[in-house]
Design a binder for this molecule. Structure first.
Ligand SMILES: *[C@@H]1O[C@H](CO)[C@@H](O)[C@H](O)[C@H]1NC(C)=O
Ligand SMILES: *[C@@H]1O[C@H](CO)[C@@H](O)[C@H](O)[C@H]1NC(C)=O
Ligand SMILES: *[C@@H]1O[C@H](CO)[C@@H](O)[C@H](O)[C@H]1NC(C)=O
Ligand SMILES: *[C@@H]1O[C@H](CO)[C@@H](O)[C@H](O)[C@H]1NC(C)=O
Ligand SMILES: *[C@@H]1O[C@H](CO)[C@@H](O)[C@H](O)[C@H]1NC(C)=O
Ligand SMILES: *[C@@H]1O[C@H](CO)[C@@H](O)[C@H](O)[C@H]1NC(C)=O
Ligand SMILES: *[C@@H]1O[C@H](CO)[C@@H](O)[C@H](O)[C@H]1NC(C)=O
Ligand SMILES: *[C@@H]1O[C@H](CO)[C@@H](O)[C@H](O)[C@H]1NC(C)=O
Length: 529
C-alpha cells in the first residue's frame, strides 16, 4: 500500500505551491502496528516512491532525546553598518521611521559600526558636521581621515535604541604615538562622551589589522594589537564599561592559502591575556566584482565556510581557550557585494546556509555585512527589504538559539538542512517544538522524510511548512508558500501562512527553494523553554 497519494510532478512547480499537500491517511487504529513497523515501512515507501518517481527521497534521522549541542547568543543573527556610511551622516536614514522599523524587525541583534573607515575616524564632540561624498555611495576604498561629532554619535545611538539593537562601536587603532604605541586619547574622548550620555554599548578596536600593510602601508603586529586591546579593556573598566563586551581581533584572510588571518589571531590571543570576550573575524565567499550566478549556487562555494571555521579553530587552538567565535563581518561577496546577485533571491542560499552551519559549529554571533549600503545590504537604497532581509526575519521568527543535530545522508551537497529548537513565541500554545530549516540548491525537487517523527504517532503533532521561492533566481522578490512577501502599509510584518503537513508525509522542496518547517509537539524535552 502507498500512503503517499496525490503526488504529481507537475504540482511541484513554483506557481502551484499551494497544491503541495499530499494526503497521508495513516489511521490511528493502525497506530501501534505502524509504530512497530515504522522503519520497515519507511524504507519500503521510500523505495516504492523512489521507484515510481525516479527521484530520491532523502530520509533524515532526528533523535528526539538529544540535548542542544550549542546555545548561541540570542543576538546570533546580527548586522553591521559600515563605518564609511558615517562619512556622510546626513544621507544615513537613521531617523527615518521606515528604516528604524526594518531594523527593529530583526531585534534582538547587535548593530556593528565598523569597517575599514573605522581606522580613519576621528571624534571631536564639538566639530561642525562637515560632510562630503555622494548620497548612498559606499566607497570602501576611501582611506582619507574624517571626523564625526557628538551629535552624530547621539543619532546613531538613538537609532540603535529605537530599533532595540545593541550597538558595537569600532574604535580607531591607527591613531599612533611617535613610538608606535596606540594613542588612546581619541578613544577616551568617545568613551567619556558615551558614558556622559548614558549610552550602553560594546566595543572593538581596529578593523582587519592583519591587512593594514596592504590598505594603509602601515603595520600593527598581533602582539602590539594585543597590548592595545589590554589597554582598551582597562580604559573601559575604569570608565564604567566593565560590563561591556570587547571583541577582536577582526582579522580577515582566514582560510587563505597561507592562513595569515588565523596566525595573526593566534598570536593576538596568546598575548591578549583574556582581554577579548569573543574571537572575531571576517568572512566572504566571493569577490563581488567577478562573482557569477553559478558561484552563488556552487557547492564548492558553500563548503568554503566550514573549511575556514575548522582552520580558524585548529590554528588558534580555540578549543583550549574557552572562547567562542563571531563572524563579526560577513557576507556573500566582498567589495560591496555582487550587483544583481547579493541583493536578489539567490543570495538567500549562502546566507541561510551560513547561519545554519555557523550555529552548528558553535559560533556565537554572525554579523551580516550590511544592513544598509552596498549590494549586499539587507535593505535597499529605496528602503525596501531585499530577499535576505526576509530570510533573516523568518529565521528570527522560527529558529531559536538552541542548536540540535539532524543526521542527513547528504548535508554538504545540494540539500542542506539544520535543526534548532523553536522559539517560544512561535509555538502558538504548544509546549515545545523544533524547526528544521535549510535549502535545496538543485535544479530538481528534493523529497524528504523525517524519521523520528514516526514515533510521535500517538501524540499530537503539528507540522507547519514555509517554503521560500522566487520566480527568478535574480529577483528582488521572494515568495512564501507561493505568496510574494510584502510589508503591510504600516510597516508591520504580514502574517506568515503555513502549509500544514502530516508527520508521515513526504515534504518536497522545489528546485532552488528554502524551507522552514516547524514541528510542534512535546517531542524534545530539552527544547522546553
Ligand atoms: C574640534 O572642533 C572644534 C570646532 O570646529 C575646533 O575648534 C577644535 O579645535 C577641534 N578640536 C580638536 C581637538 O580637533
Ligand atoms: C590619518 O590619520 C592618521 C593618524 O593621525 C595619520 O597617520 C594618517 O597619515 C592620516 N591619513 C591621511 C590620508 O591623512
Ligand atoms: C609606505 O611607507 C613607507 C614609510 O613607512 C614609505 O617609504 C613608502 O613610500 C610608502 N609606500 C607607499 C606606496 O606609500
Ligand atoms: C611587533 O612589533 C613590536 C613593536 O614594533 C616589536 O618590538 C616586536 O618585535 C614585533 N613582534 C613581532 C613578532 O614581529
Ligand atoms: C564550482 O567551483 C569550483 C571552484 O571554483 C570550480 O572548480 C567548479 O568548476 C565549479 N562548478 C561549477 C558547476 O561551476
Ligand atoms: C569558561 O567560560 C565560561 C563563561 O565565560 C565560564 O563560566 C567558565 O568558568 C570558564 N571555564 C574555564 C575552565 O575557564
Ligand atoms: C539582473 O539579472 C537578470 C538575469 O541576468 C536580468 O534579467 C536583470 O535585468 C538584471 N537586473 C539588473 C537590475 O541588472
Ligand atoms: C551529495 O550531493 C552532492 C551534490 O548533489 C553529490 O555530488 C554527492 O554525490 C552526494 N553525496 C551523497 C553521499 O549522496
Amino acid at each position: 500500500m502507498n500512503y503517499f497519494v496525490g503526488y504529481q510532478r507537475s504540482k511541484y512547480q513554483y506557481q502551484n505551491l499551494s497544491d503541495i499537500r499530499t494526503h497521508t491517511t495513516l489511521r490511528s487504529v493502525l497506530g501501534v502496528v505502524i509504530l512497530g513497523l515504522s522503519l520497515t515501512l519507511l524504507v519500503f515507501t521510500a523505495w516504492h516512491f523512489n521507484k515510481e518517481q525516479e527521484d530520491n527521497v532523502c530520509v533524515l534521522y532526528f533523535n528526539s532525546r538529544q540535548s542542544p549541542i550549542h546555545v548561541t547568543s540570542k543576538k546570533f543573527l546580527s548586522f553591521g553598518l559600515d563605518s564609511s556610511l558615517l562619512r556622510n551622516m546626513q544621507h544615513l536614514p537613521v531617523f527615518v521611521e521606515r528604516f528604524i522599523d526594518l531594523a527593529r524587525h530583526l531585534s534582538p541583534a547587535y548593530v556593528r559600526l565598523g569597517g575599514t573607515s573605522a581606522d580613519c575616524l576621528y571624534f571631536n564632540k564639538t566639530a561642525l558636521g562637515i560632510y562630503e561624498g555622494i548620497a548612498g555611495s559606499l566607497n570602501s576604498n576611501d582611506i582619507t581621515n574624517f571626523t564625526i561629532n557628538g551629535g552624530d554619535l547621539i543619532r546613531l545611538y538613538r537609532f540603535a535604541t529605537k530599533a532595540r539593537l545593541r550597538m558595537i562601536f569600532d574604535l580607531n587603532v591607527l591613531l599612533r604615538n611617535p613610538d608606535g604605541s596606540w594613542d588612546d586619547g581619541n578613544a577616551q574622548d568617545i568613551i567619556r562622551f558615551a558614558k556622559e550620555h548614558g549610552m550602553d554599548l560594546d566595543w572593538q578596536l581596529g578593523n582587519e589589522p592583519n591587512s593594514f600593510h596592504y590598505v594603509f602601508n602601515y603595520t600593527v603586529n598581533a602582539t602590539e594589537l594585543a597590548r592595545d586591546y589590554r589597554r582598551l579593556r582597562r580604559l573601559l573598566d575604569k570608565a564604567g564599561y566593565s560590563r561591556s563586551l570587547l571583541v577582536g581581533p577582526e582579522v580577515n584572510h582566514v582560510g587563505d592559502e597561507n592562513h595569515k588571518g588565523e596566525w595573526y589571531a593566534k598570536e593576538f590571543l596568546d598575548a591578549s591575556r583574556n582581554s577579548v570576550d569573543y574571537v572575531t573575524w571576517h568572512q566572504y565567499y566571493l569577490n563581488g566584482h567577478i562573482a557569477s550566478l553559478e558561484d552563488f549556487l556552487n557547492v564548492t562555494t558553500f563548503d568554503y565556510l566550514p573549511s575556514q571555521i575548522k582552520s580558524m579553530i585548529e590554528i588558534t587552538g580555540l578549543r583550549d581557550r574557552n572562547k567562542s567565535m563571531w563572524l563579526s563581518e560577513t557576507s556573500s561577496a566582498y567589495g560591496g557585494g555582487a550587483a544583481n546577485l547579493s541583493d536578489t533571491f539567490v543570495a538567500g542560499f549562502l546566507w541561510l546556509d551560513k547561519l545554519g552551519y555557523s550555529a552548528s559549529a558553535g559560533l556565537n554571533v554572525v554579523t551580516r555585512q550590511s544592513f544598509f549600503g552596498g549590494y549586499y545590504a539587507l535593505v535597499g537604497p529605496d528602503l525596501e527589504p531585499n530577499p535576505d532581509w526576509w530570510v533573516s526575519v523568518i529565521y528570527k521568527r522560527f529558529v531559536s538559539e538552541k542548536v540540535l543535530t539532524l543526521v542527513t545522508p547528504n548535508n554538504s551537497g545540494k540539500l542542506r538542512l539544520y535543526v534548532h529548537c523553536t522559539p517560544k513565541a512561535a509555538l502558538m500554545g504548544h509546549p515545545s517544538g523544533v524547526t528544521i530549516y535549510g535549502m535545496n540548491i538543485d535544479s530538481i525537487p528534493a523529497h524528504i522524510l523525517i524519521d523520528g517523527l514516526l514515533s510521535m504517532q500517538d501524540r499530537p503533532v503539528q507540522i507547519f511548512v514555509y517554503l521560500l521561492t522566487s520566480d527568478q533566481l535574480q529577483s528582488r522578490e521572494i515568495k512564501m508558500n507561493g505568496e510574494t512577501l510584502k510589508l503591510c502599509q504600516n510597516g508591520d510584518l504580514p502574517p506568515f501562512r503555513p502549509i500544514v503537513v502530516e508527520p508521515m508525509q513526504i515534504i518536497t522542496l522545489p528546485p532552488y527553494s528554502m524551507l522552514f518547517m516547524v514541528v510542534q509537539a512535546d517531542l524534545v524535552p530539552s527544547c522546553l523553554p
